[in-house]
Write a protein that binds this ligand. Structure first.
Ligand code: NDP
Length: 310
């Protein structure tokens, strides 16, 4: 099989991947980005990003990612759509497969990010895409004038609940404890919104539906054991994320939460020439700006390491 050879390949096209590409390209490394199935990453499912410096009025997540892509392309980053199916990091050049297509590279930057978590109920799986979603920005529009539930108590859940009030008649925010994890500012915004009703100390017991899709949601109060129906036709799960590290399980060191382990203060993994940045290696901060920052670090680490090899 003929391989397309590159000095640097970057896996993933979120803020980490594009920032790594901008820096690597400007260092004359002619990088290639393999975008993954969700080009632009998680920010493409966000409405307003208010905390990325440089945008005093906030910026739409899709627009921000489109800017980053254009900036990477301007310095001649090759941007290939494609979902990596296998990697071989046992010998150099490293091998990256996208189906039958083989790519080879001297340095690999992993910026594969993280994906939304689901509750794991069978009924949740049954109605995924037919009432159950993990992205209000993508699917909220379908619930115009209806009742929906958001599950979770972090910033994502608070943000989704707030966003959904733009379309929905009522938004139930179902949280398993009696206090939110999300920021005070987001809590205030949500608690002030008359369309939001918080269902404290409660978890999803069952997603109910028929051949048309989800028709109701049964929740259970953990303190009293009582169950009740919310009458919602949509459920948005916002309970955090899982790092996209499946491809690297057998070759790279992962921590107890399956995030890639990097050496202190750098983007270096346990294999020389393989670097990691963004949400795939960060279970603590998980912000667009920190992802971009570590993307920059990965490109600089890769550039210096490649120079040492020559
Ligand atoms: P978090 O991990 O912060 O919150 C997850 C929430 O889901 C928690 O309230 C948790 O409950 C709940 N949860 C987890 N598992 C389950 C389960 N099995 N059943 C029911 N509930 C569950 O994730 P987020 O995605 O909200 O946020 C991730 C990071 O991104 C954070 O650092 C956040 O600040 C940031 N963020 C920032 C935004 C912004 O600034 N605009 C927007 C969105 C996210 P419990 O609290 O009991 O653990």
């Amino acid at each position: 099989m003929d391989a397309v050879h590159k000095k640097v390949i970057i896996l993933g096209s979120g803020p980490a991947g594009y920032t790594a590409a901008i820096y690597a390209a400007r260092a004359n490394l002619q990088p290639m980005i393999l975008t993954g199935f969700q080009k632009g990453g998680q920010l493409t499912t966000t409405t307003e990003v208010e905390n990325f410096p440089g945008f005093p009025e906030g910026v739409d997540g899709n627009e921000l990612m489109s800017h980053m892509e254009k900036q990477a392309a301007r310095f001649e980053t090759e941007i290939e759509m494609g979902e990596v199916t296998e990697v071989d990091l046992s010998v150099r050049p490293f091998k990256v497969f996208v189906g039958n297509q083989l790519y080879a590279c001297d340095a690999l930057i992993i910026a594969t990010g993280a994906s939304a978590r689901y509750l794991g109920l069978e009924s949740e799986t049954t109605y995924k895409g037919r009432g159950v979603s993990a992205c209000a920005t993508c699917d909220g529009f379908f619930y115009r004038g209806k009742k929906v539930a958001v599950i979770g108590g972090g910033d994502s859940a608070l943000e989704e609940a707030s966003y959904l009030t733009n379309f929905c008649e009522r938004v139930y925010l179902v949280h398993r404890r009696d206090e939110f994890r999300g920021s005070k500012a987001m809590q205030d915004r949500v608690l002030k919104n008359e369309k939001v009703e918080v269902v404290w100390d409660s978890v999803v017991d069952e997603v109910i539906g028929d051949e048309t899709g989800m028709t109701d949601l049964r929740v259970k109060n953990l303190k009293t054991g009582e169950t009740k129906l919310l009458g919602t036709e949509g459920m948005f799960v916002a309970i955090g994320h899982t790092p996209n590290t499946k491809l690297f399980e057998s070759s790279l060191e992962l921590d107890d939460k399956n995030y890639l382990v990097t050496q202190d203060g750098s983007s270096k993994t346990n294999i020389e020439g393989v670097f990691a940045c963004g949400d795939v290696m960060d279970s603590v901060y998980r912000q667009a700006i920190t992802a971009a920052g570590t993307g920059c670090m990965a490109a600089i680490d890769a550039e210096r390491w490649l120079a040492e090899q020559e």
